[in-house]
Write a protein that binds this ligand. Structure first.
Ligand SMILES: NC(=O)c1ccc[n+]([C@@H]2O[C@H](COP(=O)([O-])OP(=O)(O)OC[C@H]3O[C@@H](n4cnc5c(N)ncnc54)[C@H](O)[C@@H]3O)[C@@H](O)[C@H]2O)c1
Length: 378
């Protein structure tokens, strides 16, 4: 007796497996069911999720917070509003899914209060940018380095599921060749800002095995795009505004490269990490951006010039910023399926039009709000 004879005897009425078109229809139906189950599961997880966004009133934070709320989860923001930037999230204060705690992440008691009922934490708060850290070196070390490390250590034992740390591609600093930096590339921080980010990354990786939450490090490209806490001290927005208001644009070291990523895309990448099963993101580092969005400063100017007739642009060598790096974003694309929706070539000219239409007319009067030039509170 053959094996198939035997199985016929044990299961005399077993239907024969579907063939051809029937099999394909069955697989398609199974996939649809699985997609529906996965969507329901993600929705369920989000309903039970309360994400603490530390620095949620900032440039990236005020976009991320709105996107998180739109996915259906609760959001708590801990922010010290160091640029008098509370207006960026004021419209959210009455939402039942939103809570706000004003304070410094370095204060244990404030952090303890903000962590009540929280399931996941995203750390954005810092003194952000090379010039600001240079201007306030002690504060930068206290917040970006000491405060961030202590905060991360305090997350243990609180039932936190995910922790996302926003680091920066500035950590690659100055690259000596034309290759694209992957996450394994040697780091070459060229400022106190990047040094503090590298140190916190090392702290997270060094302690990953001993922590009870799942940490992920995201090295974001330089951000651009509109936010409720707009920053005009970042390359794309600064160039677009200067040309839109008809001022002369002075560009230092126009052939230096850097990757750029829209604030909305950076926020999507953070949410993708929160939604991805733990084993694929725990203890991992991802560059956030898109490989085809590496540009020299000159390329950004060239994208803007057709929209700025009569503009005067001057180029000069020997600026204070030695950074020059191109970055590969292959890992986040292949491992997490992350793709960017926005591009510098379309968004930068659109920003110029919006500025000309009268948006951001108060930049001169509220300079402190529109860029990381001076710390107003702390
Ligand atoms: N903007 C970029 O181009 C860019 C690129 C790569 C990485 N990142 C990273 O993304 C994060 C957010 O950047 P951003 O551009 O939104 O910066 P931002 O300066 O606009 O926002 C930072 C927020 O943190 C708050 N904050 C600062 N110190 C605090 C403290 N001690 N306690 C509580 N709140 C405090 C500020 O009030 C502000 O709302 C940073 O960690 C930055 O390193 C930004």
């Amino acid at each position: 007796m053959t094996l198939s004879d035997a199985s016929e005897n044990v299961f005399p009425h077993r239907p024969s497996p579907p063939q051809g078109a029937d099999a394909a229809a069955l697989v398609a139906a199974f996939r649809t069911d699985l997609d529906r189950l996965t969507r329901n599961l993600v929705r369920q997880l989000r309903l039970e999720r309360n994400v603490l966004v530390v620095g949620g009133a900032g440039y990236i934070g005020s976009v991320l917070v709105r996107k998180l709320l739109a996915t259906g989860c609760k959001v708590t923001v801990l922010d010290d509003l160091i640029y008098d930037n509370g207006s960026s999230i004021a419209a959210l204060l009455d939402l039942p899914e939103f809570s706000f705690v004003r304070g410094d992440l370095c204060h244990g008691e404030t952090l303890h209060q903000a962590l009540a009922g929280v399931t996941d934490v995203v750390l954005l708060a810092a003194l952000v940018g090379d010039p600001l850290c240079k201007k306030y070196p002690d504060l930068a070390r206290r917040v970006n380095h000491d405060g961030a490390k202590t905060m991360i250590d305090r997350l243990n034992g609180r039932g936190i599921d995910r922790f996302v740390f926003l680091s920066t591609c500035s950590n690659y600093g100055l690259r000596q060749d034309d290759t694209y930096a992957t996450e394994e590339a040697e780091l070459n921080p060229k400022s106190l800002y990047a040094e503090t980010k590298v140190a916190v990354e090392q702290h997270i990786i060094g302690n990953a095995a001993g922590c009870d939450f799942c940490p992920t490090i995201l090295r974001a490209a330089t951000a651009y795009g509109v936010s409720d806490r707009m920053r005009f001290d970042l390359t794309v927005s600064e160039f677009a505004r200067t040309l839109a208001i008809g001022e002369e644009l002075l560009v230092y070291d126009e052939h230096t490269w850097r990757p750029y990523c829209h604030v909305d895309d950076i926020s999507s990448a953070i949410i993708t990490v929160l939604d991805t099963p733990r084993p694929r993101v725990c203890g991992e580092i991802f560059n956030v951006g898109s490989t085809d969005e590496n540009y020299t400063k000159k390329m950004i100017v060239d994208a803007l010039l057709p929209h700025a007739p009569g503009a005067v642009v001057k180029y000069k060598e020997g600026g204070f910023d030695p950074r020059n790096y191109r970055v590969s974003f292959e890992k986040i694309a292949s491992k997490l399926g992350f793709t960017h929706k926005h591009s510098v070539n379309t968004c930068a000219p659109a920003l110029m039009n919006n500025i000309r239409s009268g948006f951001f007319g108060d930049v001169g009067a509220r300079r402190w709000f529109y860029g990381n030039y001076e710390v107003r509170n702390m």
